[in-house]
Structure formats: structure tokens, C-alpha cells
Design a protein around this ligand. Structure first.
Ligand code: DGY
Length: 320
């Protein structure tokens, strides 16, 4: 079997694939392929290990109907048009669970960074603006006993809630497709409707899978229903929020601040006005960027490919 790996991945995954005698074509990271080049290489391979957010839409599947399977190097699978894969019986695999800790760590970090304006204050030092002590300056807010609202209480949201409960004794409310009994048992999480999530959360953290029906769900209207001291955290997908509306909310005292590991679009350009705000902390989509998580993701993705090679069901399949 011939597999195209669209960008280099940790050795842990490559070794597993090589051990099985699978032929690999690895695109060196510095080589950014055009869509045509990308499709041409896919046409010469039996399976794809897709690293990054290249869109695999109906047109892609029309041009590559022969593919036996696609392994994504991500937990999110919004880059793939799943009905098109289903129509051709092409299994799509992802890398669930192994990045729960790393991603929820980043949500937790951003929440605190915004509450204490840490990125802004770091930048002030770099600009030579660290002056004498001022008791009224740089004041943040404490999170003890406040309410954390989770939008999408799956595995990553669960870990974020667990950390917030343990560190700050926060009350947990959540909005989800279904009840999460574990969370209700373990930290008294309370299921609420979306409007209540907006109006009651001191911190609102997004952890849902992205679907088009949730496109820019966080916008002028929804931000206006949030508390003035609310911190909006998004480590899921940038398309959950409207960036102009977020800028408006942050500069008009509608909400307190925002912490983003994902932007809309990505990558964010260096002159984006959100980058200049004291109440906004932004990271370049590094939720899963730890040695531990990335090594484990490489193994999961490789296991999905190995299963194809052995005519078995992918262990982490999103569409079967
Ligand atoms: C994921 O795994 O979905 C991360 O967001 C990287 O895309």
C-alpha cells in the first residue's frame, strides 16, 4: 500500500508505518503544495495521512475516488466533507483523546492570561513601559468561585472543567447536544440552555466540534448577552466566532476579554487589530503542540493507516 503523508509527523508514527512495510511519500514541511499538486500525489497513492487543514471537499473526492482511507492528524474533522467520503465508502480516521490534556491546558492558560492581562503586560515590558508601582494599574480579576460555562462538554471540555473546579472551585455549567452524566456526577456540572450559558458564564469556553450550523455562533448578538466581566475562550475552531464582532465586544466594554488559540481565518495576519488589544490573548493554534500529544497523535494516525493495510476497521474512525 502507498500512503501520502502531507507534512512530516513525529517519528513514532513513521516507524509504525515502516515496520508494516507501507510505502510512504512524505511531503517535506517546507514544500507547500498547490491544490493541483496535492491532488496529483493523492491520485498516485492508496491512502492519505493528512496533516493540517487542507479542505477535502466533494471536488477532492471526485478526483480521488480510489482512496481506500484518510487518516487525519487531528481530532477535528471539519476539514473533510464526510457525506462525500461516506458516498464512496472511504473511512476517515482522527486522533481522539490523546490531545485532551494539552488542549485543555491551553484553554486554562488563556483563561488566566486574560484574567490577569499577562500578554499585554509582557508586551509593556518589551516596550520599556514598566514604570513605578501603581496601585490602580494593571488590575485583573480572580476566578475563585466564578462560573465556567462550557460550550460542548466532550472530552476536552471535561478536562477544562476538571481543572477549573480543582484550581478555583468554579461552578460548572454547560451546553451540549446531550447530558454528560460523568461531569454532573464528578463536579456537579449543570446542563443549561444556550441563552443561560451566555448570561451566566463568567468564563465561556468553546470545546465543541465545529459544524456549519454553528458558524460564527459567537457574534454581536450573542456577545451582547454575556456578562460584562465575561472572558470568552476559544481553543476549538476560529469559525465559531466572528472576529469583527469580537473586536467590537472587546473595545466597547461588552465583555471583559478573550483568549484565542484559533482564529477566523487562520493564520492570523500580524496587523490584525485584535493583536493590539490589552484584553485579548492570542496563540497560533498550539492546543495539541506538546511532545507527548503530537507523538501520540502520530501513533493514532499510523494505527488508522495500518488498519486499512490489514483490511480492518480503523480504530479511530469518525464515519463508520
Ligand atoms: C485538532 O486536532 O483538531 C487540532 O485543533 C489541530 O487541528
Amino acid at each position: 500500500m502507498n500512503v501520502f503523508i502531507t507534512k512530516n509527523i513525529p517519528e513514532s508514527g513513521i516507524l509504525l508505518l515502516k515496520e508494516k512495510g507501507i510505502n510512504l511519500t512524505i511531503n517535506p514541511t517546507e514544500n507547500i503544495l498547490s491544490r493541483n499538486e496535492y491532488i496529483k500525489i493523492c491520485q498516485k497513492n492508496d491512502a492519505l495521512l493528512n496533516v493540517g487543514s487542507t479542505t477535502l471537499d466533494e471536488d477532492f473526492f471526485q478526483q480521488c475516488p480510489h482512496l481506500k482511507g484518510i487518516a487525519l492528524f487531528s481530532v477535528g474533522y471539519d476539514s473533510v466533507h464526510i457525506p462525500s467520503a461516506n458516498n464512496r465508502k472511504i473511512p476517515v480516521g482522527n486522533t481522539p483523546d490523546v490531545l485532551n490534556r494539552a488542549t485543555s491546558d491551553i484553554a486554562f492558560l488563556l483563561m488566566q492570561s486574560v484574567a490577569r492581562k499577562s500578554f499585554y503586560n509582557h508586551n509593556r515590558i518589551t516596550k520599556g513601559e514598566w514604570g513605578s508601582f501603581n496601585a490602580l494599574e494593571n488590575l485583573g480579576q480572580e476566578l475563585y468561585g466564578k462560573t465556567l460555562g462550557i460550550f460542548g462538554l466532550g472530552r476536552i471540555g471535561f478536562e477544562m472543567a476538571q481543572k477549573c473546579k480543582a484550581a478555583f472551585g468554579m461552578n460548572i455549567i454547560y451546553h451540549n447536544r446531550s447530558h454528560n452524566e460523568n461531569a454532573e456526577k464528578e463536579f456537579d456540572a449543570q446542563y443549561v440552555d444556550f441563552e443561560t450559558l451566555l448570561s451566566q458564564s463568567d468564563v465561556l469556553s468553546v470545546h465543541s466540534n465545529y459544524t456549519e450550523e454553528n458558524n460564527e455562533l459567537f457574534n454581536k448578538n450573542t456577545f451582547s448577552k454575556m456578562k460584562r466581566n465575561a472572558i470568552f475562550v476559544n481553543t476549538a475552531r476560529g469559525k465559531f466566532h466572528n472576529e469583527d464582532d469580537l473586536f467590537y465586544a472587546l473595545t466597547n466594554d461588552i465583555i471583559w476579554g478573550a483568549g484565542l488559540d484559533v482564529t477566523n481565518p487562520e493564520p492570523m495576519q500580524k496587523d490584525n487589530p485584535l493583536l493590539s488589544l490589552p484584553n485579548c490573548c492570542i496563540l497560533p493554534h498550539i492546543g495539541s503542540a506538546t511532545y507527548e500529544a503530537r507523538n501520540a497523535m502520530a501513533v493514532c494516525a499510523a494505527q488508522n493507516i495500518v488498519a486499512l493495510f490489514e483490511n480492518k476497521k480503523m480504530p479511530f474512525c469518525v464515519n463508520e
